[in-house]
Each structure stands twice: as structure tokens, then as C-alpha cells.
Design a protein around this ligand. Structure first.
Ligand SMILES: C[C@](O)(CO)[C@H](O)COP(=O)(O)OP(=O)(O)OC[C@H]1O[C@@H](n2ccc(N)nc2=O)[C@H](O)[C@@H]1O
Ligand SMILES: Nc1ncnc2c1ncn2[C@@H]1O[C@H](COP(=O)(O)OP(=O)(O)OP(=O)(O)O)[C@@H](O)[C@H]1O
Length: 287
């Protein structure tokens, strides 16, 4: 493969938490979870151009400083960890809603680690990249891992599973939910009993953060209330997005088209192999 082909676009897919249970609080302030991650084919896109100077630059339309962007943090972390002399200019084409619980920032950072690992020839394996990524956020490892998983710990202990690939209608209420504020909420249920995957996979699925978030953000309660009229619906992560599964794209679109004017949303297909890993595997097969 030529360097030009490797420059992009590279995909950074979103995820859904098909269920999310908080099973305990740890001494470091983080929470132990049991969650089921599945990817969706809705993605941000990133482009990478190497430079010899060592500088790391970001082009994006986001309105916060590049230094705070997880993409820049990921590039710097890998550069320092592997003592890389080259730099990179990264262009981020942001399409995923932010603060929606679909993991866009974490996915951007994971794509950066995976692609720069190739371009800078760092030769770290997925386990090493996931451990590095975990320093940036609990959602990084699943995006590095690249296969749907039942996750425990803070979300880094991953067991591959293959939930049915469905069409999803995702509604994005017009609010940004801060993940730390949800986990700090005094009324968050924190002691859901741990269950085995075997038990969980055949039970009804819930999200322990949903009740609190719907109380604090009426927009989330409204979206959920509306979608529940059509199909079983839940929140992903700490919100604000809510989703429902459908067997066909047509059914999902039919419901999307009936939504009230103040609700935005999209239809997507879920997939058990991350769209980014599908791209990376294609390159491996060509090389
Ligand atoms: C809610 C999920 O999206 C589910 O996939 C993730 O657990 C959140 O992952 P994330 O956004 O990558 O979260 P991080 O950036 O690591 O953490 C943000 C904040 O959320 C809280 N946090 C996060 C994950 C976790 N298992 N327990 C926590 O208590 C911590 O206060 C932390 O300071
Ligand atoms: N590349 C990035 N894309 C989006 N947000 C980023 C990025 N880098 C840093 N951030 C910060 O992270 C915050 C949360 O963004 P993100 O879209 O990942 O939320 P989320 O989908 O709710 O994530 P999660 O489910 O992992 O909590 C943003 O408001 C922003 O301040």
C-alpha cells in the first residue's frame, strides 16, 4: 500500500451500549460496569499526513482547542510512548453528535492510535494499544479491540460476542450530557448484582443511568417517551441518545419520518466487526 492510500479517509465508528449496568464504585472514583457494546455504521472520518518535524496538528471545525481534543492527545501519547521523531497533521471530519453517549471522541482517539501505529511503524499489538488508550478514557479499549463485546471492569475487560445485527433508529436530543456528572449523581444506582453473560444475554436489557438522565434532562425523557410508542427503547451510555432496534431499514426510516420537528435522529445498521477494523483488514489482505 502506498502512503497516499494510507492517509485516509479512516473511519471512526460510533457504538451503542445495548445494556449498561453499574455494579460497583471503585476506590479511584470510577465505576465497575457490565455492558454490551455493538458498533454502528455511522462514522467520523480522519485523514493523516506525516511530517518530519515532529509537530502534531489538527484541522477540524470543532470549537474547542486542539490540545483538548482526544485525537491530539492520542497522537502525542503514542509519539511519546514509542519515541517517534515524525509528526502528523490530522484532519477530523466530524459527523457524529457529541455528548450523545455514542463514543465519538473515544472512537476518534482509537482510530488515531490504530492508524498511527501503522504509519509510524510502532508495531504495538491491540492489547498494548488498548492499554495505552485506556489512559485517555474507558471507552477507548472497545474501539481498539474492534469486535462487539460484553465488557466488565470500567469497560476494558472484553469478551467477544455476536449480538444480532439490526437496524437502529437513534434519536439525539439537543442536549450534551456530561459523563462525569452522571457518574457523580448521588442517586445513580451503583449496586446492580453482577450476572454472567449467559444470564444477561437472555434477560431484558436496561441502562442504569437512564432514569437519572431522563429526570435531569427533560429532552431525553421526551425522546424516550416518543420512541417507546413504536418499539422497546433505551438510552446508550450516559446519554443523551436513545435508540430502538428494527428488523429492516424501511421500518426504522418509517418511524424516523414520523418524529416531531424538534427531534433529530438517524438510522444506521449495527455491525459486530468495527468498520475501521474492516478497513484495516482489507489493507492487511492487500499488503
Ligand atoms: C458510559 C460509557 O460511555 C459506557 O460505554 C463509558 O463508561 C464512558 O467512557 P468515557 O467517556 O471514555 O469515560 P472517561 O472519559 O474514562 O470517564 C469520564 C468520567 O466518567 C466516570 N466514569 C467513567 C467510566 C466508568 N466506568 N466509571 C466512571 O465513573 C469517571 O468519573 C470519569 O472521570
Ligand atoms: N475528537 C473528539 N470528538 C468529540 N468530543 C471530543 C473529542 N475530543 C475531545 N472531546 C470532548 O469529549 C466530550 C464528549 O464527547 P463524545 O462525543 O465522545 O461524547 P459521548 O459520545 O457522550 O462519549 P461517551 O459515550 O464516551 O461518554 C466533548 O464534549 C468534548 O469536550
Amino acid at each position: 500500500m502506498t502512503q497516499a492510500t494510507l492517509s485516509g479517509p479512516w473511519l471512526a465508528p460510533a457504538k451503542l451500549n445495548l445494556f449498561l449496568y453499574v455494579t460497583g464504585r471503585r476506590a479511584d472514583g470510577y465505576h465497575d460496569l457490565q455492558t454490551l457494546f455493538q458498533f454502528i455504521d455511522c462514522c467520523d472520518q480522519l485523514y493523516f499526513a506525516l511530517n518530519p518535524t515532529g509537530a502534531i496538528r489538527l484541522n477540524s471545525d470543532l470549537d474547542f482547542p486542539a490540545e483538548d481534543n482526544l485525537v491530539v492527545k492520542a497522537a502525542r501519547l503514542l509519539q511519546q510512548h514509542c519515541d517517534i521523531k515524525q509528526g502528523v497533521s490530522i484532519t477530523l471530519d466530524k459527523r457524529l453528535p457529541m455528548g450523545g453517549g455514542i463514543g465519538g471522541g473515544s472512537s476518534n482517539a482509537a482510530t488515531t492510535l490504530l492508524v498511527l501505529n501503522q504509519l509510524w511503524q510502532c508495531q504495538l499489538n491491540l492489547e498494548q494499544l488498548a492499554a495505552l488508550g485506556l489512559q485517555l478514557g474507558a471507552d477507548l479499549p472497545i474501539f481498539i479491540h474492534g469486535h462487539s463485546a460484553f465488557a466488565e471492569g470500567v469497560g476494558e475487560q472484553l469478551q467477544n460476542v455476536d449480538p444480532e445485527e439490526k437496524w437502529y433508529l437513534v434519536l439525539h436530543p439537543d442536549v450534551h450530557v456530561s459523563t462525569p456528572s452522571v457518574f457523580q449523581h448521588p442517586k445513580l444506582p451503583r449496586n446492580t448484582p453482577k450476572r454472567s453473560w449467559n444470564e444477561l444475554k437472555s434477560s431484558d436489557w436496561h441502562n442504569d443511568c437512564q432514569e437519572i438522565v431522563a429526570k435531569v434532562y427533560p429532552e431525553v425523557a421526551q425522546a424516550l417517551g416518543w420512541l417507546l410508542e413504536y418499539a422497546p427503547s433505551r438510552m446508550t451510555g450516559t446519554g443523551s441518545c436513545v435508540f430502538a432496534a428494527f428488523d429492516t431499514e424501511r421500518e426504522a426510516l418509517a418511524v424516523l419520518n414520523k418524529r416531531p420537528k424538534n427531534l433529530t435522529g438517524f438510522v444506521c445498521k449495527s455491525c459486530n466487526q468495527s468498520p475501521l477494523h474492516q478497513q484495516l483488514n482489507q489493507i492487511k489482505n492487500i499488503q
